[in-house]
Design a binder for this molecule. Structure first.
Ligand SMILES: [Zn+2]
Length: 363
């Protein structure tokens, strides 16, 4: 019955700015008196002391968990057990997309509220309910959903801007696709991640996401390279974390994200970031949509200027043979739930043809 209704979902609170990390203990305090704080080793070294002190000052008991690097079922179950033993009332995930998704898994299994603190703006994970789980070989194995979006998302632009620029560039790639993926969903009447139709608001958010990136993307990357946080960085962090997250979850996804299934099945792409895979997937989608050469030229020019991947070699697939291209197209065709959201009915051969067209265009 819900499928004919328009639905939009969002986190309970979104906080952004330099020094925003300092408000995490107060936000957690609104939800409970103790927290299980998940970080990886690098983020723990960088922010563990500041967080510990903040929780101490706020009289919140904080137990720190060390994320092992891949968001697998086994890792989520292990961390869930540790959080259960600690008796924590709130889960806090501080780090990249996979740390955040593992924290979401703990929150799901224990039924606890979640606060998300992205240390990089490389992907659309922070605001959403989705949990992308991988197997031990780093291939996507399943996608789970929290009953609700995170209670709060805190984006500290000072921390995000101090990460290597590659992360922000990947986030830009992930965000760039939203307008075109939601655009396809709107045309086909596809359901968003809440099982409803996209609101006009969701489509406006995707549009704003795209125009913000085209307007401020290059300036923001230049600023981050110089270690500066300026208004362009603020605009781009909001686009890559908030608009991109709301856009996909309430707008819907299509081929650009669908290709992740085929790409992550190739071990050579393991070092590529989610947003880099999506950025390349968007180019394939645009060709499959039949966009004209001027449009593609403009888009490819932006990719070059900002440093996003344009060809398969940029993703680690150097000189891919025909069989690799066919394998990626076939796995995408067989496994991706987003292909049906495309206006044009695509076969595995159609996907492979668009991939080959892109390889020729960018050779
Ligand atoms: Zn994404």
């Amino acid at each position: 019955m819900m499928e004919n209704l328009k639905i939009l979902g969002a986190p309970g609170r979104y906080v952004q700015g330099q020094g925003a990390l300092s408000c995490v203990p107060a936000l957690v305090g609104e939800l409970g008196a103790s927290a299980y704080v998940l970080t990886d080793a690098v983020v723990g070294d960088l922010l563990g002391d500041v967080l510990s002190r903040g929780f101490g000052d706020a009289d919140i008991e904080a137990e720190f968990g060390l994320f092992q690097g891949e968001c697998t079922r086994a890792e989520i179950e292990r961390q869930t057990e540790l959080a259960r033993q600690a008796g924590s009332a709130v889960v806090v995930g501080v780090g990249g997309g996979k740390t955040i998704d593992t924290a979401k898994g703990i929150s799901l299994f224990l039924g606890l509220p979640l606060v998300v603190v992205p240390s990089v703006a490389s992907n659309d994970a922070p605001t959403s309910r989705l949990i992308v789980i991988y197997d031990a070989d780093h291939r996507i194995s399943e996608v789970l959903k929290l009953p609700h979006n995170p209670a709060a998302v805190v984006a500290d632009t000072g921390i995000i801007a101090s990460a290597p620029p590659r992360f922000l560039i990947a986030g830009i790639g992930d965000a760039l696709a939203k307008k075109f993926e939601a655009g396809q969903c709107a045309k086909t009447g596809a359901q968003n991640f809440f099982g409803g139709l996209p609101t006009a608001t969701a489509l406006l958010l995707c549009e704003a996401c795209y125009t913000t990136i085209r307007q401020h993307g290059l300036d923001a990357v230049a600023a981050v390279r110089q270690g500066r946080v300026d208004e362009s960085v603020e605009q781009i962090v909001e686009a890559t974390v908030l608009l991109s997250g709301l856009g996909f979850e309430s707008g819907g996804l299509a081929l650009a994200h669908g290709l992740n299934r085929g790409l992550t099945a190739q071990p050579e792409t393991q070092k590529a970031l989610h947003g880099e895979l999506v950025a390349w997937g968007l180019l394939v989608q645009l060709l499959a949509e039949g966009r004209d050469p001027e449009f593609m030229e403009d888009m490819l020019g932006f990719y070059s200027a900002i440093g996003l991947p344009r060809c398969m070699a940029d993703l680690g697939l150097v000189n891919p043979d025909e069989a690799v291209i066919d394998a990626i197209a076939t796995i995408t065709f067989e496994e991706s739930p987003y292909l049906k959201n495309m206006e044009r009915r695509l076969s595995a051969q159609d996907i492979a043809a668009s991939m080959r067209e892109l390889e020729t265009l960018t050779a």
